[in-house]
Design a protein around this ligand. Structure first.
Ligand code: URA
Ligand code: SF4
Length: 217
């Protein structure tokens, strides 16, 4: 497989709903990331959710659990959602890339996350696009640059585009979301790594409030 061949498309089921896609994703070999990871981590949550949250890729704990945002970044995200008034909102939570990419751990240490390459992210894009088409949320929150490039599109820049409601261009092969659009913000892992963690966290909550207001409108 050369980088030019990376593509999840052949692994998508020709028809079927979310469960059929979730089963098919488990068998995806669209790029080399499946080889070292434990399992595919597809999205989870309500198929009727009005709000879809898109992260970058599963981390160490998500790779073991098989579910997105169950580790430290997820904990911070759920706290921020509650603070922004979205604690009771039904959500569908997923990632732009479905396999964990990491550097081999030294003995006894946690595996170290590595960002997916642009080619890997582009290869995986049919999965979040299919989830978007099937869930049809009113609003998407893109967490960080990888999610932003997968959904609003390649020209997306977190620093310039965060905290406003952007329109979502037609998603590959299907209907756009029912209404609303996409609000981009920083990734919760970036908040955890920030030198000024309080300010970074406040920024995340402020952007999520924009999403909460858009849903309430
Ligand atoms: N970071 C992500 O982007 N997604 C997860 O599921 C966990 C951490
Ligand atoms: Fe398929 Fe995406 Fe996993 Fe690559 S990262 S194998 S494209 S599911």
């Amino acid at each position: 497989m050369t980088p030019d061949d990376y593509d999840a498309t052949p692994y998508l089921p020709p028809r079927g709903g979310l469960p059929a896609h979730q089963r098919a994703a488990a068998e995806c070999r669209g790029c080399p990331l499946y080889r070292a990871a434990t399992q595919t981590v597809i999205g989870s949550g309500a198929a009727t959710a009005r709000l879809m949250l898109v992260g970058e890729q599963p981390g160490d704990q998500e790779d073991r659990a098989g579910r997105p945002f169950v580790g430290p970044a997820g904990h911070l995200l759920h706290k921020a959602l509650a603070e922004a008034g979205l604690g009771d909102e039904k959500t569908y939570v997923t990632n732009a890339v479905k396999h964990f990419k990491f550097a081999p751990a030294e003995r006894g240490k946690r595996r170290i996350h590595k960002p997916p390459s642009l080619r890997e992210a582009a290869a995986c894009r049919p999965w979040p696009a299919a989830e978007l088409r099937l869930v049809r949320p009113e609003l998407v929150v893109a967490l960080g640059a990888t999610a932003g490039r997968a959904l609003p599109g390649p020209s997306f820049r977190v620093t310039e585009d965060r905290g406003t409601v952007l329109s979502l261009p037609d998603v590959q092969g299907g209907a756009p979301p029912a209404a609303g659009g996409v609000v981009a913000t920083v990734h919760p892992s970036a908040v955890l790594r920030a030198t000024d963690r309080e300010a970074a966290y406040a920024g995340l909550v402020a952007d999520l409030r924009v999403a909460a207001d858009a849903l309430a409108a």
